[in-house]
Every structure is written in C-alpha cells, then in structure tokens.
Write a protein that binds this ligand. Structure first.
Ligand code: BGC
Length: 929
C-alpha cells in the first residue's frame, strides 16, 4: 500500500469512527434509580395494583432535562421493550419523571410485573432503555386467603400484669408437610394478630423485627410476603412460628374492645409452592397446626420487657427432626370481611445499627452498669457468664441519677426489664425478641459472681423502620452538629413502625401533634415517604369511625376517648401538604383530601361565629408557664385562639389542595371559609389598632400562629410582628414556645428578615434553648426544654421523656436556611439554594438531599473575606441560587467572572444578594466581602 493510500485508509477509518461516535451521542445514557409509588425498588409482596413510576436522569453534560418519556410494562422480562403486554405509555411529551400513574391492564394478586423506561432529553435525543425493574404484588384481597387464624387460647391462663391487664404466654406453633417433587418457587404470605418470628426448616425466614407492625387492627392488618424458594426442598418440611402479643394483644392497646379485648394472639399464613412439574401446593394455617406455650419465652410485653427461661428451650423445634406429639391442637378463627388484609405498605422494623462503643460505668454487688453513650431504641445483645439456674436481670434507663443509680421515674408504669434464666454454667447469649426499650444505660445483675464485668458483655441493637438516610447536614459549629445528631437519633428512635411520641415509657403512641410538627424535618433526613403515607392510611381508617370527622389524638387510636385536639388532628391536612411539597406526588393529596375536608367539618361543628369550642393540648410544654406543675403543660396561649388559628390554617391549606386537584368549587368555598375564620380570629383576639393581643397572656406562639397562618390584615400583621419581636426581646432573645409554636418560630422570623435574631435564639446556651439540653448531656431531643439540668436534676413531673422529637422540628430550617437547600416547587422540581450565613456563629455549613430527581446539595464556606458556595443541581430541575455578600461585579462562577450563559442567568442583583437561575450541573460560586 502506498503512503497516500495508507493515509487515506487511516483517515477514512478515523472519520468513520468519529461519525459512529457522533451517532451514538444521539443515544443518551439510560435513566436510573427506578422506583415505584413512594420509592420502592423491585418490591416483593407489593400492596398497590395501581402503582406510579419514577426514575432519574443521568448526571451528564448532555442531559439537562427531559422532554418526553416512554414506559413499557410486561408480564415477562422477555417481552421488553418491544412487546409490552400490560402497558405501553407510548412516547409522552412531558418533563414529568416522577410518580407517573400506571394505566395498563388490571393487575392481579401475586402477579410479577416487569417495567422499563426511556426518555428524550432537551434536544429531543432519545436515551437507551433503563434496566428492567420489577414488582410482585402480594395478596390484595381477603378472598385470596384460604388460611385461617390459628393459635392457642392463652387468655384462659388469666395471667395478669401491671394494672391487672391480661398477659398472654408467647406460643410456638408448627406444621410439618411433605413436598413430593422439586420446588421451582415458593412464597410465604403471613401475618399475625400479635407479632411473630417465622422459621422454615430451621432457618429464619427474615430479619424483620416484630412484624407485621401496628395498624388499626379493627380495620386492617398488614401482611408480609417472603420469597422462600430456597428454604424448601422436596421431602419433609416444617413451618414454625413464634408468636407474642405485640401491640394487638398487649398492654399498649389498653384492652380495647376494638382490638378484641386482649384476644389471644393468632397467626395467619399461606405458603404457596410452585413445583418444577408446574403443579402447585399450598400449605395454610388451620387446625392441623400444633402449638405449645411451654417454650423458653415465658412472657413478652412492649412496655414491660421479656422473660426467657433457657431451661425450657426445645432444641430443633423449628426443624423436621422435632417430635411435637405432646403439643396441643390449635384453635382457629375464620377471616372476616370487616378487617382488610393488605400487604404491608412500608418497610418493617429492622436492626439497623449495632452500638458497641460501650463503657462500663460501675460494677459492685453483682450489679454492673453500662453506658452506650447514646440514647437508643431497640434491644441489647448480652454475652454474660452465668451459673445454671440463676436469673439475669436486665434493666434500662435513659440517664442516671446523681448517685449513679437509674432514673426510671420517667418510664412510669413501664417495667422495661428483661430476665434470662440460665440452663447451664458458662457464657450465655441473649437478645430479646418481642419487646423494645428506650435506653442509654443498661444494668445487669444476677450474672456469675466470680466474673469481672467487662464492657464487651453488652451491645446495643438500634432498631427502627427500615428507611435509609435521605439527607445530610453539617456545619463548623460543634453544638449545631450535636443538635443535628440529637435530631436524627430522636427520629430513628421514634419511628418504630409508626411515628411514636416517645419510645420508652408506658406510652409509645402515634401522637398526631408530634408527628405534624416533625414530618418535614424527618423527610429531609430520612427516606420515609412510604412510612408517612402508610400511617395516613391508618388515620383515614380511624377517622371513618367518627361521623363528625373527628381525628383522634393518636393513631392507631387505642385511647378511644372520642375527642380531638386542634394542632393535633390537623396532622391530616398539614402532613399531606408538607409531603406533597417535598415529593411532588399529587396522588397523596387525592388520597387524603376527603379526610382533610371532614376534619374541617369537625371544626365547623364545634364553631360558633367561626371560633371553635373544643379540646386542645394547646402550645404543649411551653417554657415558663404561669400555672404550676401538670396544669402548666398546656402553656399560656389560649385554647380558643389555637383552635381558631388551626381551623383557619387547615381551611386555607384544603383550599390550596383543592386548587391543585382542580376542584375549583372547593377551592373557593374553603378560601372563603379561611377568610371568614381569619376575620373572626383578628376581631376576637387582636386589638386591630395596635396589632396587639387582647388575651390575658401575650405569648410568642399567639403572635407566631397569627402571622404564619396569615390570619391578620396586612396592617395588623405588621404591628403584630413588632409585638412578637418585643416578646422575644423581653425573654432576652430566648424562645418561649411549646410544641406548636417552636416549628414556626424560624419560619416567621425568616419571613420577617430577622435571620440574625433567629441565629441568636438558636445559638442560646441558656434555658430555654436547643443548646441547653446539649449542655446538660443530651444525645436525643427531650420532651421538655427543661427535662433535666445538672444543677437541679430531673423535672419533677414523671411525664419527662428524654427522647421526644417535637423540638427537633428546627431541623427543617437548618437545611433550608443555614445550609440553604429547599424545595421551591413541589418535589424539588425547582430548588432554592439560599443560605443565610451568620458570621458571628458559623464559618461553614452544608446540606445534601436525595431529591426525587437525584442528589442536590448546597455547601458554603467563609474564609479570608471570601464566601464560597458549592452547589449541585440534579437533572430535570432548575434552581434559584441566592448568593449573599455578592454583587454581579464581584461574583465568580466556576473560577471565571460571572457572565450570563445558557446555564446561569441573572434574576436580580442588589448590594447584598445576587439571584441567579441555574440549570442542572455542579457550580462553584465565589464572592468577596
Ligand atoms: C405525649 C405527647 C403528646 C401529648 C399531648 C403526651 O403524653 O407524649 O407528646 O403530644 O401527650 O398531650
């Protein structure tokens, strides 16, 4: 080949490759992070036959946004993408990449469904198809169940516990069965009236903690689905279940008639096996199951703890080799239509963290005390030398008394104590199974007296609903970081299947007010959309018991006192609203709309001239109440003022929700109602001329509610703002707010431009403040601003939880304003990056969240008179970025002087702040001041 020919050949090859590559550029990278409904990835036993689909666009320079998408759904992998037999969305011109409704063929219980998606970018270039994802439905209807409720009559033993409540002996249940040929696949559908631990042929089927969790059992019991294909073989098999009272039949349900008055726990299970020859075999719970109450777990109670006698262990009882001829036949109940059996719609509780950074605090008189250095919720794992026949006693407490003994007054009647009776000399290992404790300290007594206690004897297993972290917040200030840690531990500690008020005392209930104030902060920190929407279903079911729209104080409602409180019941409107703002999922607004409307109806039924006369816990636990002791718990903000404020606010939000859902008549009706309530509010409680409260006490919360809920005329509002500032000044820049006022304090001061004041309040070290509890040694949020002080000891009231999340609601402001990362349009479709640094307290702060479109972050730093802001904006969104200390002239973007580009446009610039509109990407902004 001549030189020129060679040159031509090489040139042609290079040109051709280049051509091919440029063609390939037309194909964008595939979408990723596919999820269905509230964020489930390839779920098994899924609850919803009308799911929604979401995906994220890749982070690359070619992809800024989506102009169209196509979803294909099929009954088998092989049919994708070209022959989707269930649904083909076809190409839809839309930038929506989250929560797209399934509109295909109706889906059935047990069905496994495969799906894929592709998108077109801003230039109309199509992407590759995503990986194939799937979901498999659980048993969606009661009629899918052939099984019966099965268990032993444990009520007849009449064992009584604290307050004479009935206590059930935990039971062991088993059923042997034979499989004639090899197994292709198998699913175990199971639930309990109680809590269970299931084994198949000696193997643990799952590591779920206390399934099925807690729902209003008179309406709905959640079911679990496990893929047990690998655990079954041809020949003999055995299903074995341990069953205890849990929430259903335990003291926590207070012997409620709706919960069958402490009825004996039962299980329901259906094992569906597909054999390799194509035939099916189903094993159900029925009266052929046998059971015993003579197993080692003697007693188990959520409040009171567990008693385990190792002498009664039954080796191999979960395997086929065990002889159960002495066990007795079980009793059965049929499934009733009135209680729905539905697949669990959020993650079960799991052991998420093991704490082994333990300190031995003291060891004397055969008693050892250990410090986990963090207030946690879950159970311990102990590994202790024992003597045969001795009883190990395990006690818990959140903090110690001055003399080094346990402070347990705040557990109230909860005994929260575990016992282990040893069957041999030597090291025993024990982890309680059907209880949980809230504790930082653990006391052991009854171990081998000749042994020297060691820190390695105990570990703490932190348990909570199995959600992942969603956000991070950190700053240059140690105590602010400790506050973030206290907030996030407080959250994990209190999301034990339902949002609990506290995890340790004889309460642990789903208090609606606490949940209402914390849900946004919770959503910033953890991926818990499904957790909240599951609990909202329980709320809807519970409300249906009340024709007048009442929302009880707690969900599930075991108090059954037919009463409601303003600020608490409003959770049914406020939580959906806040979740919508953070997820952008309208289906949640649909689902909860009628509930919200009925709740407004409840207010209307109680109101005279728009002022409701009803119960309220008011601004619960406000500091320095004028009344003493228990009387003071409700604070000084008048009940009627709070009732009216929340009535107006909820009506306002329902009007906005109606607008989003396209219900124009309702939008107007509720807006008019809100205006009327606002008008009545101002007349009743405010002196219009001076914008001052007419009430006996002038509280911060009264002003905050009036201002934040927009209940005053603009002129009155302006004056009221000044009075609010005066009340704060009078308190020497301390907060004076309880559960209801605290979360809105930063929002109101922020809107007023009083950021520096908010920083001052937040960074206060003295009572009442966030740092006060930190200065006293807190590792979680406390129920009271003064639950404990080193100088004065514990608050004398026994209602004194050291793990209560309400005041952690400040976490939202830490993300949104200190670090500066907020959702501006629902679900972060538009993001606001607007940090407000305060140089007196901080030199840096940063936050990140996994938004529905991908990771977004904001991180600022001040050094040598230079302000730097690093920002990540995910694809298919845009962001309004506000750069403080900046002017258009001194702004640098990614190392260059600022000039407008297709990625960054100027919105405005004044002497303090430059406002930009930024497209997806990674940016570094710098200004000098
Ligand atoms: C709970 C709360 C709840 C309050 C209402 C307390 O016992 O722990 O957090 O909101 O009662 O009164």
């Amino acid at each position: 080949m001549t030189k020129s020919r060679l040159f031509f050949a090489i040139f042609s090859y290079v040109a051709f490759t280049f051509f091919l590559l440029s063609c390939n550029n037309e194909l964008n990278q595939a979408p990723a992070s596919l999820t269905i409904s509230e964020g489930f990835k390839n779920p098994m036993g899924f609850h919803d036959d009308k799911p929604t689909f979401s995906w994220q666009l890749p982070v690359t320079t070619d992809v800024k946004s989506q102009s169209a998408y196509q979803i294909v759904v099929a009954s088998s992998r092989e049919l994708l993408p070209n022959n989707p037999d269930l649904w083909d969305s076809t190409k839809q011109e839309s930038n929506q990449s989250t929560f797209i409704e399934y509109k295909g063929t109706e889906l059935q219980s047990r069905q496994k469904v495969y799906w894929q998606v592709r998108y077109w970018n801003q230039d109309g270039h199509v992407s590759e198809w995503s990986d194939i994802n799937f979901f498999e439905l659980g048993l969606l209807n009661n009629s899918d169940w052939k099984a019966k409720w099965v268990g032993l009559d444990t009520a007849k033993d009449s064992i009584k516990c604290v307050r004479k409540f009935l206590m059930h002996r935990p039971q062991c249940l088993r059923k042997g069965f034979e499989i004639s040929t090899e197994v292709a696949s198998a699913r175990l559908y199971i639930t309990a009236k109680g809590v269970f631990d299931v084994h198949l042929n000696g193997k643990d089927v799952s590591d779920d903690v206390m399934p099925p969790g807690w729902t209003p059992y008179n309406h709905r019991i959640e079911t679990l689905t496990y893929d047990v294909s690998e655990l079954i073989a041809s020949g003999n098999n055995v299903l074995a279940v341990e069953l205890a009272s849990g929430w259903h039949s335990g003291r926590i349900s207070r012997g409620n008639a709706l919960y069958e008055n402490f009825a004996s726990p039962k299980i329901l299970c259906q094992l569906e096996i597909t054999l390799k020859d194509g035939s099916k075999q189903t094993i159900i719970s029925d009266d052929t199951w046998k059971g015993t109450t003579n197993g080692p777990t003697r007693l188990a109670s959520i409040y009171d703890g567990e008693v385990y006698d190792a002498n009664l262990e039954m080796p191999n009882w979960t395997t086929t080799s065990f002889d159960d001829s002495t066990w007795i036949q079980t009793e059965t109940d049929v499934i009733t239509d009135s209680v729905k059996l539905e697949p669990k719609r959020h993650n079960t509780v799991k052991t998420r963290t093991t704490i082994d950074n333990v300190k031995l605090v003291s060891a004397k008189n055969n008693t050892a005390i250990f410090n986990f250095q963090q207030n946690i919720v879950g159970v311990p794992k102990v590994k202790v030398p024992m003597k045969k026949g001795d009883t190990l006693k395990i006690r818990f407490s959140e903090m110690l008394l001055n003399d080094g003994t346990f402070y347990t007054t705040n557990y109230r009647s909860a005994k929260s104590t575990d016992y282990y009776i040893a069957s041999k000399d030597g090291i025993v290992e024990y982890t309680p199974k059907f209880t949980f404790h809230g504790f930082q300290f653990l006391e052991l007594s009854g171990f081998d007296q000749s042994a020297n206690p060691e820190a390695s004897w105990v570990q703490g297993l932190a348990q909570y609903s199995n959600f992942d972290q969603n956000g991070t917040f950190t700053s240059s200030h140690e105590k602010l970081n400790q506050l973030q840690s206290n907030i996030t531990w407080g959250l994990r500690d209190n999301f034990f299947d339902i949002p609990t008020d506290c995890p340790q005392r004889d309460e642990r209930l789903g208090w609606t007010g606490d949940a209402q104030v914390i849900s946004p902060t919770a959503m910033f920190n953890y991926d818990m959309y499904s957790f909240w929407s599951a609990w909202l279903q329980s709320m809807r079911e519970t409300q249906s018991e009340h024709e007048n729209g009442l929302i009880p104080f707690i969900i599930p409602d075991v108090l059954q006192n037919n009463n409601a409180s303003s600020g608490w019941g409003d959770a049914c409107v406020i939580i959906p609203w806040d979740l919508y703002h953070l997820t952008g999922d309208k289906s949640l607004l649909h689902e909860n709309y009628e509930m919200g409307k009925k709740w407004i109806g409840y207010y209307q039924s109680k109101a005279k001239n728009f002022i409701p006369n009803m119960h309220s816990f008011a601004d619960w636990l406000q500091p320095f109440p004028t009344k003493e002791g228990k009387e003071g718990n409700k604070g000084d903000t008048p009940r009627d003022l709070i009732n009216t404020a929340y009535f107006g606010h909820s009506a306002h939000l329902i009007s906005k929700i109606a607008g989003i859902l396209g219900k124009e008549d309702d939008e107007k009706k509720f807006k008019d109602l809100y205006k009327a309530v606002a008008n009545a509010f101002e007349n009743e409680f405010f002196d219009e001329q001076h914008g001052k409260l007419k009430t006996e006490h002038e509280t911060q919360t009264s002003y905050l509610l009036a201002i934040y809920f927009d209940l005053l005329k603009p002129e009155t509002k302006k004056k009221a703002q000044q009075h609010l500032l005066a009340t704060i000044k009078k308190a020497d820049n301390h907060l004076g707010t309880g559960f209801l006022g605290t979360p809105i304090l930063p929002k109101v001061l922020d809107d007023m431009g009083e950021i520096d004041l908010m920083y001052k309040i937040l960074f206060k070290e003295t009572y009442p403040s966030w740092f006060y509890s930190i200065n006293q040694g807190a590792t979680t949020m406390w129920e009271r601003w003064n639950s404990y002080s080193q100088a004065e000891g514990y608050n004398p009231q026994p209602m004194n939880s050291l793990n209560h999340y309400a005041y952690g609601a400040i976490g939202q402001w830490m993300y949104e304003r200190i670090a500066g990362l907020a959702s501006l349009e629902p679900g972060y479709k538009k993001i606001r990056i607007a940090p407000i640094p305060n140089t007196e307290f901080l030199t840096s702060a940063s936050a990140s969240v996994k938004s529905p479109y991908g990771e977004a972050s904001s991180s600022w730093n001040i050094e040598n008179g230079e302000f730097t802001l690093d920002v990540v904006i995910p694809p298919n969104t845009s962001a309004e970025v506000q750069i403080p200390f900046g002017t258009e002239a001194n702004l640098m973007v990614n190392g260059n002087n600022f000039t407008e580009t297709s990625n960054v446009k100027l919105i405005s610039s004044d002497k303090n702040v430059v406002k930009l509109l930024a497209e997806p990407g990674t940016y570094n902004f710098q200004t000098k001041f």
